[in-house]
Design a protein around this ligand. Structure first.
Ligand SMILES: [Zn+2]
Length: 261
């Protein structure tokens, strides 16, 4: 009897952490990455780091399972007719490790991705960051961002200085959004059409400002897939990829929209 109760409890615990029972949904998946490589020893944000090897395994999984990796530009051009097995790969903040670790892997698989860049920190460090949580990291340079663009990667907006737009005055939000967009367009020579809200912070007013600035899509930090066609283009959900997760978690995210309770 004790044996059966123990098995039953273990099965419950497993099912809470690994949501195999979730209904498979057909919506478009937007993967959310931050840092690729090995975290500094003192980092208190280790879960936001995905090792280069794991990232490679995840890209290999997409390739093997026949996922089609698209960008927001493909969406804007009307090239995407449904969300089935469609994935957009996104990186927040513009860390230099995206260029040194993720870019070669993306090229290896012939994938394109979207990189959200904080314009004030280009070629510098993540100045908005609390260095007690993790030592400051190098950010991509202008030249690296131009190289990404030349390779077909998409650059997206992430404000001038990584402000939580839900907590600033309207005028400041407008400046953070439009100056960032202008600067990135000047740098890449491309139209910047997608935006990521720093800290996932937004409200209806912020959404309107982003739309008015000329953006077509914006991504948030909320777990889930996006049913086609989109009800709203300025609050697209994403799938957070945590550093400690396995390919089974990756599969659960892509199929059911989340991997845990
Ligand atoms: Zn960010």
């Amino acid at each position: 009897m004790i044996y059966f109760i123990t098995v039953f409890i273990l099965a419950l615990v497993f099912s809470a952490r690994w949501n195999w029972w979730r209904k498979k949904t057909d919506g478009m998946s937007v993967l959310m990455y931050h840092k690729i490589g090995n975290p500094p020893g003192d980092s208190k944000l280790k879960k936001l780091w995905v090792s280069t090897k794991k990232f490679d395994a995840q890209m290999n999984y997409l390739k093997m399972k026949g996922y089609e990796v698209i960008t927001f530009k493909d969406l804007a051009a009307g090239l995407v007719k449904d969300g089935r097995k469609k994935v957009i790969i996104t990186f927040d903040d513009g860390y230099r490790n995206n260029y040194t670790e993720a870019f070669p892997t993306l090229k290896k698989y012939g994938f394109r991705a979207v990189f959200y860049v904080v314009s004030d920190t280009i070629g510098k460090k993540n100045l908005w960051h609390d260095s007690a949580v993790e030592q400051p990291l190098e950010m991509m340079t202008e030249e690296e961002l131009r190289n990404l663009t030349a390779a077909g990667m998409e650059i997206g907006g992430h404000t001038v200085s990584h402000k939580n737009l839900d907590r600033v005055e309207t005028a400041e939000a407008e400046r953070e959004i439009s100056e960032n967009k202008n600067e990135l367009e000047k740098l890449t020579g491309e139209k910047i059409i997608s935006f990521s809200y720093p800290y996932g912070g937004f409200n209806n007013k912020v959404k309107q400002i982003v739309e008015k600035a000329g953006y077509r899509y914006a991504v948030i930090i909320k777990q889930g897939k996006n049913p086609f066609p989109f009800a709203a283009n300025f609050s697209l959900k994403r799938l957070l990829v945590r550093g400690e997760e396995s390919l089974f978690d990756f599969y659960l995210n892509l199929s059911g929209g989340r991997n845990r309770l």
